[in-house]
Design a protein around this ligand. Structure first.
Ligand code: AHM
Ligand code: MG
Length: 363
C-alpha cells in the first residue's frame, strides 16, 4: 500500500524529511521544524491566493481606497504571526528574528508577544530568521511573492531566567538574542517558498538544493527537482536598472557590457526583473544568469537585508553551484551587527558573477 501511495504522489516533503532524519538522527529536530514550514507555506499560499477576493475573510476586501497600503500591511502581519506560531509550537526554537519584528523574539525566556505557555523540548534547539512575505507590495497585482527562511543552531547555554531582574535580565537577554547575529556560513538550513503559478518550496540542508511543488490535489509538497544546479553561463540579468546611474562603477560597467555584448561571453543579455527577490532568484537558479541589488550612492548597502534575505538565499545559490557576492566579499561570510542590516547582493551563474567580482577587484 505504501509503495502505491508513493507512486501516485511522488516523494512528499514530509517523507523526504523523514528519510533525512532516519539517515541522520542528529537532524531529527530539524525535520520537525520543516514540518512547521511545510504547513505554514501551504497556509500562506491560500492567504496570498485569496487576498484579492471580495469574500476573503482574513483580509476583508476594502475596495479601491484601502486595498493598497492597509491590506498589504495586514498580509505581512498575518503571515508573520502564522509562521512564527507554526515554528514556535514545535518547541524546537530558541529565538527568532523576522523582517516584521523590530527586535529578535526570545522563545525560551519571555516572549511577551504571546502569553500562552509552550513546551520547550529538551535537545537540539534552533534559531529561525525569516521574511514571511517578501515582495508583499506585489500581491495586489497578482505578482509572485515568497517566504525566505534561514535556520541556525542555538547556543544551548543561552536561557533567559524568567525571574531575572534589571541589568541581569537585559544582559542575559542580549546574549541570547545575539544568537540571531550569525554569519551565513553557520546556516544549517535555508528555504524559500515561491507563491506563483505554482507554489514551489526550495530547500537546502547543506547538501544540494531540492525543489518541491505543491500538488493541490493532495495538499502536499512533492519533490519536483532534486539536486538543482544553476547553469555556469547564461545571458539574463535581473536588476532594478533604474538605479544604474547610482551604482558602484564596476557594477555599472558590467551591466553596460552585457547590454552591448562586450562582456566575457561576447553575447548580448536579456533583462528580466520581477521585483520580488524569491521569484527573481528562482528563475536565476533554473535558467541561469545574475540577480542583484547592488549598493548605490543613496544606499551603499543596497536594499536587501543580510539576515533573512541575503544570507539564506546565498546559501541556496551556493548549494546549487552558483556564487553570491557583495562585489567585494562573499555574502555568506558577513556577520550581521544588527538584525535588519542591509547588504549588497549579486548572485547567480558562476562565470557571470565572476565578471562582477573581477570588475570590483580591478577597481
Ligand atoms: P520587501 O522586503 O520590502 O518586500 O523588499 C524586498 C524586495 C525584494 O523582493 C526585491 O528584490 C526588491 O525588494 C525590489 O526592490 P525595488 O522595488 O527597489 O526594485
Ligand atoms: Mg523582504
Amino acid at each position: 500500500v505504501f509503495d502505491e501511495v508513493c507512486e501516485t504522489t511522488g516523494v512528499t516533503l514530509s517523507r523526504f524529511m523523514n528519510e533525512v532524519a532516519m539517515l541522520n538522527p542528529e537532524l531529527k529536530e530539524l525535520a520537525i521544524l520543516f514540518g512547521a514550514i511545510d504547513t505554514a507555506c501551504k497556509a500562506i499560499t491560500n492567504l496570498v491566493k485569496r487576498s484579492q477576493l471580495p469574500s476573503s475573510e482574513t483580509l476583508g476586501y476594502q475596495g479601491e481606497v484601502n486595498v493598497q497600503g492597509e491590506d498589504q500591511k495586514k498580509l505581512d502581519v498575518i503571515t508573520n504571526d502564522l509562521l512564527k506560531r507554526a515554528l514556535r509550537f514545535t518547541g524546537r526554537l530558541g529565538v527568532l528574528a523576522s523582517e516584521e519584528e523590530d527586535v529578535p523574539v526570545d522563545l525560551i525566556g519571555n516572549d511577551k508577544s504571546d502569553s500562552r505557555d509552550i513546551l520547550i523540548e529538551e535537545g537540539e534547539r534552533y534559531v529561525a530568521v525569516f521574511d514571511p512575505l517578501d515582495g508583499s507590495s506585489n500581491v495586489d497585482a497578482g505578482i509572485p511573492t515568497g517566504t525566505i527562511i534561514g535556520i541556525y543552531e542555538h547556543d544551548e547555554n543561552c536561557v533567559v531566567d524568567p525571574d531575572c531582574l534589571g541589568d541581569d535580565c537585559s544582559e542575559q537577554e542580549a546574549q541570547c538574542l545575539a544568537n540571531t547575529l550569525q554569519p551565513g556560513t553557520n546556516l544549517v538550513a535555508a528555504a524559500y517558498c515561491l507563491y506563483s503559478s505554482s507554489t514551489i518550496l526550495a530547500l537546502t540542508l547543506g547538501n544540494g538544493v531540492y525543489m518541491f511543488t505543491l500538488d493541490e490535489t493532495i495538499g502536499e509538497f512533492v519533490l519536483s527537482k532534486p539536486n538543482v544546479k544553476i547553469p555556469d553561463d547564461a545571458t539574463i540579468y535581473s536588476f532594478n536598472e533604474a538605479n544604474l546611474e547610482m551604482w558602484d562603477a564596476p557594477m555599472r560597467k558590467c551591466v553596460e557590457s552585457w547590454r552591448m555584448g562586450t562582456g566575457k561571453s561576447g553575447k548580448t543579455f536579456s533583462s528580466r526583473y520581477i521585483g520580488s527577490m524569491v521569484g527573481d532568484v528562482h528563475r536565476t537558479l533554473l535558467y541561469g544568469g545574475v540577480f542583484g541589488y547592488p549598493g548605490d550612492t543613496k544606499n551603499p548597502n543596497g536594499k536587501l537585508r543580510l539576515l533573512y534575505e541575503g544570507a539564506p538565499m546565498s546559501f541556496i545559490m551556493e548549494q546549487a553551484g552558483g556564487i553570491s557576492t557583495t562585489g567585494r566579499k562573499r555574502v555568506m561570510e558577513i556577520t550581521p551587527e544588527v538584525v535588519h542590516q542591509r547588504v549588497p547582493v549579486i548572485m547567480g551563474s558562476k562565470n557571470v558573477v565572476q565578471e562582477v567580482i573581477d570588475a570590483y577587484a580591478a577597481e
